[in-house]
Design a protein around this ligand. Structure first.
Ligand code: HSE
Length: 311
C-alpha cells in the first residue's frame, strides 16, 4: 500500500450562536491553507514523527499525541488492531488557539487511515471516532469542530446526531484574529456553569433557531442579529486579555458579528468581503493597544473538509 497524505482544515467551533453544535471549516482567501497534514505509510515498526510551524507545542511523548489517540479510535471503530504504521504529522495550527487544532490532527489522521485501509468506515463512523479521540483533548465529546474539519462547510449537529450542512452566503467572509496567547479548551470549559437559568436557555434556543432560519431564508438582518453567544462568551471573556476591546473594534469596523472562535483565544468576525481586511486590521490594532501580538486572516468557507493531498 502506498503512502496516503491528508490535509484537514482549521475550523471555528460554536460559530457564536451554536455552542457545541455549530462549526465552520476555514479556507484563507490568500496564502497557504490553514490546517494540519498527516501522512500514513506501511512500516515494519510503528513510528510517529512531526514537524511544522507549531511542532514544538506538541507533547514530547508520542503516546500523548492526538494522532495516536485517533489511531486507537479508528481501531476501536473498525474492530481491528492496526498493523505497524509510519505516521508523520505536519502541525500547521497552533495548539490551544481556538482554531480547531486538535480536531484537525484527529480528522486528518482518521481520513488518512480510512483511505489507507481502503475505506472500511463511512463518514458517520469517522465522525464518531473523531469525537471519541477529541474528547481526550478537551474532556468532553463535542463535534462542532470535527464535523466541519471532516466534511467541510458550515455544519450543524442535528437532533439525530447528523452533521448537517447549512447554507452560508458566498459573499461573506470570516475574519480570524489570532493572538499569541494559549487557552486550552479543557480550561475554557472549566469556567462554564453546570446549568443555565430557564430564561437564558429560552433566549439561546430562540437565537440559534433564528440563525438557522436566517441562513436558510437568506434573511441578512436576522443573521446579523443572531451572530452572538449567550452561553459561553460571558464566562470566557475574562480568560482572553483584550477580548472586549477587540470584539468592539471588529463591530465598529463593520463586522456583522464577532465572538470567540471555539473556546478562544482567537476571535472570528463575520463580514462582507470588502470590509474584511479593514476589520482584521482593527482587531489587530485593538489587541496591540493591550500589548498582545496577533495575526489576522481573511477566510472563506472551506467546503471540502479533510482531503487527500499529493505526498
Ligand atoms: N464547542 C467547543 C467549546 C469548541 O466551545 O468548548 C472548542 O473545542
Amino acid at each position: 500500500m502506498s503512502a496516503i497524505r491528508v490535509f484537514a482544515p482549521a475550523s471555528i467551533g460554536n460559530l457564536a450562536a451554536g455552542f457545541d453544535t455549530l462549526g465552520a471549516a476555514l479556507r484563507p482567501v490568500e496564502g497557504p491553507p490553514l490546517g494540519d497534514r498527516v501522512e500514513v505509510r506501511a512500516s515494519d515498526r510503528a513510528t510517529l514523527t512531526w514537524d511544522g510551524p507549531f511542532a514544538a507545542q506538541l507533547p514530547e511523548d508520542p503516546a500523548r499525541n492526538l494522532a495516536l489517540r485517533a489511531c486507537d479510535a479508528f481501531a476501536r471503530a473498525w474492530g481491528h488492531d492496526l498493523p505497524p504504521l509510519a505516521m508523520h504529522l505536519h502541525k500547521g495550527l497552533p495548539v490551544g488557539s481556538g482554531l480547531g487544532s486538535s480536531s484537525a490532527t484527529v480528522v486528518a489522521t482518521l481520513r488518512a487511515l480510512d483511505l489507507f485501509f481502503e475505506r472500511p468506515l463511512d463518514d458517520e463512523r469517522l465522525l464518531r471516532a473523531a469525537g471519541d479521540a477529541e474528547a481526550h483533548a478537551s474532556g468532553a465529546v463535542h463535534l462542532d469542530n470535527v464535523a466541519p474539519a471532516l466534511l467541510g462547510g458550515l455544519r450543524f449537529m442535528d437532533a439525530l446526531g447528523r452533521a448537517v450542512a447549512l447554507p452560508f452566503p458566498g459573499d461573506l467572509r470570516f475574519v480570524i484574529a489570532m493572538p499569541e496567547l494559549n487557552l486550552l479548551t479543557r480550561d475554557a470549559r472549566a469556567v462554564l456553569p453546570g446549568a443555565v437559568p430557564l430564561a437564558l436557555a429560552l433566549d439561546h434556543a430562540r437565537n440559534l433557531a433564528s440563525l438557522t432560519h436566517a441562513l436558510h431564508a437568506g434573511d441578512r438582518d436576522l443573521l446579523k442579529a443572531t451572530l452572538r453567544d449567550l452561553i459561553a462568551e460571558p464566562h470566557r471573556a475574562r480568560l482572553v486579555p483584550g477580548f472586549r476591546e477587540t470584539q468592539a473594534a471588529a463591530l465598529e469596523a463593520g463586522a456583522w458579528g464577532c465572538s470567540l472562535s471555539g473556546a478562544g483565544p482567537a476571535l472570528f468576525a463575520v463580514a462582507e468581503a470588502d470590509r474584511a481586511a479593514a476589520i482584521g486590521d482593527a482587531m489587530r490594532g485593538a489587541w496591540s493597544a493591550r500589548g498582545v501580538v496577533s495575526r489576522a486572516f481573511v477566510c472563506a468557507l472551506d467546503t471540502e473538509g479533510a482531503r487527500e493531498v499529493r505526498p
